[in-house]
Design a protein around this ligand. Structure first.
Ligand code: BES
Ligand code: ZN
Ligand code: ZN
Length: 494
């Protein structure tokens, strides 16, 4: 567990393994004068060889500081961009890893952002970049020298920096909860075990949870979830989380729904292994993001009534598996003709979405690794957002601010035509065109409230690391939702 703190002691006096100085292109902020004395002079000279371009870094060993090493890290030329701060802090974290820096300090750079936003972004970038999933590594294979203490050096606005840093720490840790769940081996996160894990998180972090078993799911007539589960030896679970603070700004809740396919083989419409089924332990990343978000809301004490729903099962081709041609009666009463058992996510989400009506929700947001088409359309950094009549612009703004980027997709009525069935109300697949949109159109049949849908198939799980996002689970969605919901709570209060 990394400790995060804020100090205003003189830079030269900080006794750390590594001192990070972020430099913008053409920076005038690091001078002999404002760093202090001998070290300032040494650094000012080094700086003349350093452009400050984003991603650039140089390590020096000045005799006159108590810090063992000092590193300059380039911030690029956009000094009002939280994402640039996260990425520069991530470069700092990489240097700390390389030099076994157990204690690291970072001087808050002079940027045109609020100090709390700056503190938050720097802590998020540093902590998210320091993350390593070591659960299955032998003891002597594990990194032990990871950073234990991260100190932000604040000039002015110490209180605001501290507030932001604390927020950044909670959000980064909650994001890493989601990452851990995604990275975990499928046999350790069966629906039942996932439910148990959420019960532990709920207890530790102060939100409520009920995990329904198969009998209760049958009683609710969740025909989609039960059909997908039929080919599995493991029973399904339906995880219902609640964060209801007494000072909530809303009386009707925001309901978050996360896809919880703990492993997607495709079922009888079996996936090929390479670059397809081999990634499918991540098919509960939407659920993981909802779980991580509940953790963050509770720890940050966000004054908003929020419910989280995660329908959970694996999708397998066992002897009793549902088959193409099966017609299902869903929780809502609608019938669905299954023509591809690999389009299972929409079936379990549909049941959760129609169940969500009992809450008379103000807004429902679902997150799902729903379609390969999303990855083709937008790649690994940006998720797709769709809506019936929900606040999609506000969601995209929260995305820009948080770094979890989302982009809207069209939802014209004609996209729904592809779902016409001859035997049932609708079928579960469209044609080759606009696959992520037809999936959203399917879900739209099960909502009657303001609704946002986020398809995060690309950004949830990476084959190749990106700045502060390691290979594997990224925890995408936690920062997005926490930002969106915090904004919602604060506009409501005013
Ligand atoms: N879990 C997959 C979607 C997915 C693909 C997530 C790649 C992450 C990376 C989903 O259940 C699925 O298989 N979707 C099908 C739908 C199709 C059969 C209509 C797809 O996208 O191919
Ligand atoms: Zn599938
Ligand atoms: Zn799936």
């Amino acid at each position: 567990m990394m400790k995060v703190s804020v100090t205003t002691l003189p830079l030269v006096s900080l006794d750390v393994d590594l001192l990070l100085l972020l430099v913008t292109e053409g920076d005038a902020g690091i001078t002999a004068e404002n760093i202090g004395g001998e070290i300032g002079q040494a650094l000012e000279l080094t700086l003349s060889d350093f452009s400050g371009k984003a991603g650039e870094s140089v390590v020096v060993y000045p005799a006159a500081t108590r810090a063992h090493r000092v590193a300059f890290v380039g911030l690029g030329d956009s000094a009002d961009d939280a994402e640039a701060l996260r990425e520069a802090a991530a470069t700092g974290a990489a240097l700390a890893k390389k030099t076994n820096g157990t204690t690291v300090a970072l001087r808050i750079p002079d940027v045109a952002l609020d100090s709390d936003v700056t503190g938050q972004a720097l802590v998020e970038g540093f902590m998210l970049a320091s993350y390593e999933f070591q659960r299955y590594k032998e003891e002597d294979e594990r990194t032990h020298d990871r950073t234990e203490r991260f100190v932000l050096h604040a000039g002015a606005h110490e209180q605001a920096v501290r507030r932001g840093a604390e927020r950044g720490r909670v959000i980064a840790e909650s994001t890493c909860t989601a990452r851990d769940l995604v990275n975990m081996s499928p046999h350790e996160k069966t629906p039942t075990l996932l439910g148990k894990a959420v019960e532990r998180h709920a207890k530790k972090n102060g939100f409520d949870v009920t995990v329904w078993d198969k009998a209760e799911i049958e009683h609710e007539k969740m025909g989609g979830l039960l059909a997908v589960n039929r080919g599995s030896p493991e029973p399904p679970a339906f995880i219902e989380m609640t964060w209801q603070p007494s000072k909530a700004a809303n009386s009707r809740p925001v309901v978050l729904v996360g896809k919880g396919i703990v492993f997607d083989t495709g079922g009888l419409s079996l996936k090929p292994t390479k670059d397809s089924m081999d990634h499918m332990k991540a098919d509960m990343a939407g659920g993981a993001a909802v779980i991580g978000t509940l953790e963050a809301l509770a720890r940050l004490d966000v004054p908003l009534y929020v419910v989280g729903l995660v329908p959970a099962t694996d999708n397998r081709p066992g002897a009793f598996a549902y088959v193409p041609g099966d017609v299902l009666t869903m929780h809502s009463g609608k019938t669905v003709e299954v023509l591809n058992t690999d389009a299972e996510g929409r079936l379990i989400l549909a049941d959760a979405l129609s169940y969500a009506k009992i809450y008379r929700p103000e807004l429902v947001i679902d997150l799902a690794t729903l379609t390969g088409a999303q990855v083709v359309a937008l790649g690994s950094k940006v998720a797709a957002a769709m809506t019936n009549r929900g606040p999609i612009a506000a969601l995209c703004e929260a995305g820009d601010q948080s770094g979890d980027l989302v982009h809207p997709m069209p939802m014209h009525a004609h996209y729904g035509d592809a779902l016409r069935s001859h035997v049932a109300d609708i079928k579960n697949i469209g044609n080759r065109e606009a696959g992520s949109i037809t999936a959203a159109k399917f879900l739209e049949h099960f909502v009657d409230y303001d609704w946002l849908h986020v398809d995060l198939a690309g950004p949830a799980f990476l084959q190749k690391a990106m700045p502060y996002r390691p290979e594997g689970g990224t925890g995408f969605g936690v920062r997005l939702l926490v930002e969106f919901l915090t904004r919602m709570a604060s506009t409501r209060k005013r």
